[in-house]
Design a protein around this ligand. Structure first.
Ligand code: GTP
Ligand code: MG
Length: 217
């Protein structure tokens, strides 16, 4: 048994894997992009969101989860996803792609507007069950991430850390970053005590994340 806090999530058992497969085998569609709270779709189903720095791999992860390459746009241009984008997973869930933060070249006024909307969304959406906060496996938790983790603490919304781009680092480097991430997460009461290690490129951790989402109540 792993007695360390924040272990890496185990691969799902057959039952959980099947639940995850089923959920993501349903129709996945883009619903809408939202720029204000008034534009949110009706809160009529379970919702999970994906937050993280620009370029961390949020849109690519949604594509990997749904098995649809072009669903959430992914690009090399940081700051590409500028709206809160809603996607369906079957008829029971929304997947929500949040605008990336920490984009150095974004104008201050734009950043402030997004911070306000993000805050309103994270603390005011009743059907939002979990925020997945994506952290690049090469970089660990940065200062801009800390801001969002604190915001989540104060929103009383459980968040779970998802490490992305695991294919880009060697095992030794990964362990170093994991130590840093664990130490950072330990300071946040809203952190779910388990980390998901993923590579959208290789498919690592995707079944695990699908089954975690399908298992939320
Ligand atoms: P914003 O929309 O700007 O906030 O970015 P994002 O978080 O949605 O990132 P996006 O999914 O657009 O990915 C950024 C870049 O990282 C793209 O070039 C992806 O192909 C690449 N990328 C994403 N996930 C992985 C991964 O698991 N492995 C590798 N090697 N590259 C990845
Ligand atoms: Mg994106």
């Amino acid at each position: 048994m792993n007695t360390l806090p924040f272990p890496i999530a185990d691969a799902p058992d057959d039952f959980a894997r099947e639940a995850g497969r089923k959920l993501f085998a349903g129709d996945t569609d883009f619903v809408k992009g939202v720029v204000a709270m008034s534009g949110l779709p009706p809160a009529d189903r379970m919702e999970v969101c994906f937050a993280g720095r620009s370029n961390v791999g949020k849109s690519t992860l949604i594509n990997a989860l749904t098995g649809r390459k072009g669903l959430a746009r992914a690009s090399n241009t940081p700051g590409r996803t500028q709206e809160i984008n809603f996607f369906t997973a079957g008829t029971s869930h929304y997947l929500v792609d949040l605008p990336g933060y920490g984009y150095a070249n974004a104008p201050v006024a734009v950043v402030e507007k997004w911070q306000k909307l993000l805050k309103q969304y994270l603390s005011g959406r009743q059907t939002l069950r979990r925020a997945f906060v994506l952290i690049d496996t090469r970089h660990g938790v940065k200062k801009v991430d800390e801001e969002i983790l604190s915001l989540l603490d104060s929103s009383a919304l459980t968040f779970q850390c998802v490490l992305t781009k695991a294919d880009k680092v060697k095992a030794a480097e990964r362990e170093k970053v994991l130590d840093q991430v664990r130490a950072a997460l330990a300071k946040h009461p809203a952190a779910y005590p388990e980390i998901v290690l993923t590579s959208s490129e290789k498919g690592d951790g995707i079944e695990t994340l699908r089954s975690i989402i399908a298992g939320l109540e």
